[in-house]
Design a protein around this ligand. Sequence first.
Ligand code: C2O
Ligand code: CU
Ligand code: CU
Length: 475
Amino acid sequence: MNRRQFIGVAGLSGLGASLAGWHLASQPGENEVIARKLDQQLLGEDYPYTALWGFNDSVPGPVLRKTQGDTLSLTFKNRLSQPSSIHWHGIRLPNNMDGVPGITQRVVKPGEDFQYEFALPDAGTFWYHPHVATYEQLGRGLYGALIVGERERVDVDRDELLVISDLHLDQSAQIPGNFKNLHDASHAGRLGNTVLCNGQKVPTLRQVRPGERIRLRLVNASSARIYRLRFDGVAPLIVAMDGHPCAPQIMGETLYFSPGNRYDFILDVPRLSGGLTLRDEFFPMMPNLLARFEVKGSPVAARSGFAGLPPNTLPPFDDRSAEKVDLVLEGGALSEKATREAIWLLNGRGNDHDSLLDSHENHPDPLFECRSGQTIHCRIDNRTAWFHPMHFHGVVLQEKQADGRWGPYRDATLVWPFKTSEIRFVTERPGEWMIHCHVSEHHHSGLMGTFRVGDVCTTKQRPWVTTAWGSDTTA
Ligand code: C2O
Ligand code: CU
Ligand code: CU
């Protein structure tokens, strides 16, 4: 057990806890994650505290730090006034630890606890969040990072984490309700007006020295916002995506960063630099400054080259025996297919995640079933006017790139409006796993389904799928 690291984490989250401490029933124990209300000053001293929901009295929640191969074991305590759960985004774990109520576990009701315990097979940058009413629970502050360290030391001067999110705040810095509104659900989701970096509006100022090598980890914990990242003052190397190492590549001018995504960068601070900034320019007319690094102090000896992070051991693809699966996304504002009940459709069906909690009858049939160890080639056809970052639980995927080759490992694919995305993955552990858009409002208004991995010999896609796999695909 990593006692020291947990204590470090508690220190970080101390502000909320110390202010509210007298009223709280108990401080979180070492291996506890408690979801409950808190007040936190997000906008700086001149602004009121914002009433939030968070894990262990802070937003973002504690950074859970482990080492590859460790077991994560903790008690989740739901002290909210609504049901919840924790999903461990990107972690390859047994199905019953995946945190999806109605599918992989019973919902954790207010006042109840749930024990999560699983091994961590992969090193990398991961995160955790509830999988119930995500649009509201994420949108009120329930998210945190899970960092799984490599077994061997990675040679950097600093390891920095930026958890990026956006909240909707009114004039008095409070979160207006109105989470389940038709407009947000049928358009791009709920876009907040306040972009936060590690829970702060004022972008984090850190002093870095010329020549230093920084490993910068980014987590997009926003309910809906897609960022288009741009660095100024440095040319970063991308060394991991969604937790998994990739061949180091110099980042292009900008980079899309969807809800749920993570990137690990290597930043070598230039010797002559006025400072480094990280910005978002998804909407060019409404850019956001995300973080600023101040360069100060005496230079340190710069390193050259970066060999890459040690790869995780993932199941091999077998493209010759690959099975094909089609996913078709329809609906949304401007579409005739959209109804009030199902704004979005995945293969002709709109599923409401929230309704799964109440009754097993609402449980939709899986989109497809297959054996474990099966290579799946999946084409996602976005027939809507909106972006959908489609996230797959329980597997690691690769996207087909413009040149026809398979790209780096990821756990989601951003499907552009009226475009298709082709991915491949190998099914792993048995059970029923989710596929959903990580724009939370889309996820909860139709864009979700599951696939079942189990003792079936042939891959079966459900009959309501009417599309044919195009002839332009390759094995
Ligand atoms: Cu971030 Cu279903 O996941
Ligand atoms: Cu996930
Ligand atoms: Cu979507």
